[in-house]
Every structure is written in C-alpha cells, then in structure tokens.
Design a protein around this ligand. Structure first.
Ligand SMILES: Nc1ncnc2c1ncn2[C@@H]1O[C@H](COP(=O)(O)OP(=O)(O)O)[C@@H](O)[C@H]1O
Ligand SMILES: [Mg+2]
Length: 252
C-alpha cells in the first residue's frame, strides 16, 4: 500500500524580508508519525509551522495537507495547533478546565450553540486523554504551568484533529514533569493514532518517544527515523548547533 502523507513540503522557501528564514525545505510526514523538530533559537521552527497552518505564504515551493495543496485546503478541523504562547494564557481568567476544553469545540463550530450529549462526551474524553479528569471542575488559574499546558492540548484535540502541531509545548512545564508530558503525547499518538509534529528543545527526551526527527536551521539538516538520529552522536549534534553541517540527506 502506498504511504499516506499527512504533510508534505517540497522545496519550500520563506523570507519575511530580504533573507530566507526557510530555505529549500523538503519534509514528508507519514500518517501516524510522531515527528520531533529540533533547532536553535531563530532557526525558523515557528515560521515553518505558520507556513503549514496557512498563516504565512512561502515565496517558493509547495505544501500539501492530506494530499491537498494548501491553497485549496479547507478541512482545517483536521488540524490542531498548540502555540508556544499557550502557557502565557491569562491565568486570572475565571474558567474551569471543562469550560476551557469545551471552548475548543465552540471555536470550530461557532460560539452560540448548545452542547449536545456527544459534545460533552468529547470534552470529557479529551480531558481524560491528557490525564486531567480529576481536575475537570478546577479553575484553570489554580493549575501549574504543566497542567495548564495539558488542558490546552485537550482543547486542541477535543475536535479530534488527525494532525496535531505543537510549538515548544514543554516551555513552562516543570522539569520533573517533562517526561510524563511526553508519555501523554506518546499515548495520543499510539492510542488515538494522531499524527504529531512537535518543536522542542528536549533532544534527549524526545528521541525515546518520537518516530522521526528533523533538525532545522534554515535548511533541514537531518530528516529521518529516530533510531538513525540517535546514531548521529553528540559531536555531530553540537556541530549542527554550532555551525551548519550536512549530515544525511533523507530518502524521500
Ligand atoms: N514577523 C517577523 N518579521 C520579520 N522577521 C521575523 C518575524 N518572525 C520571525 N522572524 C525572524 O525569522 C527568524 C526565524 O524565527 P522563528 O521562526 O520564530 O524561529 P524559532 O521558532 O526557531 O525560534 C528569526 O531570525 C526571527 O527573528
Ligand atoms: Mg519559535
């Protein structure tokens, strides 16, 4: 059977001003993958996501979501997004965990409607999937940064997207909870079959969980299976972070 790609980027280049921020990016994400994207600050990670979400239009190249060119793509309910800024959410906001997650449905379907029994079930399932059931009636402001981030993920998955994009979701998560945070993402990936693309700084932690790794620094320097990435070794990685180095070209 032919591999189904949730996301494909072909020769994508993007610039805000004169200089390219992304250059000739080729990336193919198969359905069911858990992709970790690593790269230094300012390497274009958030910009890449904005292109994939249709918020920025690359000057060159093609992007396909579920096989459809992004210009023609309309099924945005199939894509969920948790931004880097979720954790700077106004925590004085008087809403319960349940209400915040339910607002994820309202955002997709219009605010002024009554929730059906099916909607309420979807909200409970999303809260359960991120391990926050015990906190459903708590005020969002009373939770730790890591717990809040789980709630924002629940909000993003309540409409059951097939692709979930997360931009540095562990910023603000207590170091002791980072591991269990990734375990939760691993479960979303395996149990619900959700394709995940994640930007992170936690290189050591993600290689155990992800299926594919991509190293971005304007160019994509490595794009392959997690096992191959682990074989690269520390020296290669520090070279990647220090000065760009063509490690391996991928085989797509
Ligand atoms: N709106 C913008 N206008 C101009 N330059 C920008 C804008 N947003 C980001 N940049 C620049 O693009 C580069 C990549 O930024 P970004 O994608 O945010 O990187 P990362 O998420 O990897 O830290 C940086 O040099 C940044 O300063
Ligand atoms: Mg960023």
């Amino acid at each position: 059977m032919e591999t189904e790609y949730v996301l494909k980027m072909e020769h994508v280049s993007f610039r805000y001003e004169k200089e390219n921020v992304l250059e000739d990016i080729n990336l193919a994400v198969p359905k069911g993958a858990f992709v970790g994207i690593v790269g230094p600050n300012g390497s274009g990670k958030s910009t890449l996501f904005k292109c994939v979400l249709g918020l920025l239009k690359p000057q060159q190249g093609k992007i396909y979501l579920f096989g459809t060119p992004i210009e023609a793509f309309k099924d945005w309910h199939r894509v969920g997004y948790v931004s880097q800024k979720a954790n700077s959410f106004n925590t004085g906001f008087p809403a319960t965990v349940y209400e915040v997650v339910a607002s994820g449905l309202a955002a997709k379907r219009g605010m002024f409607r009554f929730f059906t029994k099916k909607d309420r079930q979807a909200v409970s399932e999303a809260i359960e999937a991120v391990g926050m059931s015990a906190f459903a009636q708590r005020n969002i402001g009373e939770l730790s940064g890591g717990q809040q981030q789980r709630v924002f993920i629940a909000r993003a998955i309540v409409s059951k997207p097939e692709l979930l994009i997360l931009d540095e979701p562990t910023v603000g998560v207590d170091i002791h909870h980072v591991q269990s945070f990734y375990t939760m993402l691993d479960e979303l990936n395996r149990r619900l079959g959700m394709t995940l693309i994640l930007v992170t700084h936690d290189i050591g932690t993600i290689t155990e969980k992800v299926t594919h790794v991509a190293c971005l620094n304007k160019h994509l320097y490595f794009h392959g299976k997690a096992e191959e990435f682990e074989k690269l070794g520390e020296q290669t990685l520090s070279q990647f972070y220090g000065h760009p180095l063509q490690v391996l070209s991928h085989q797509h």
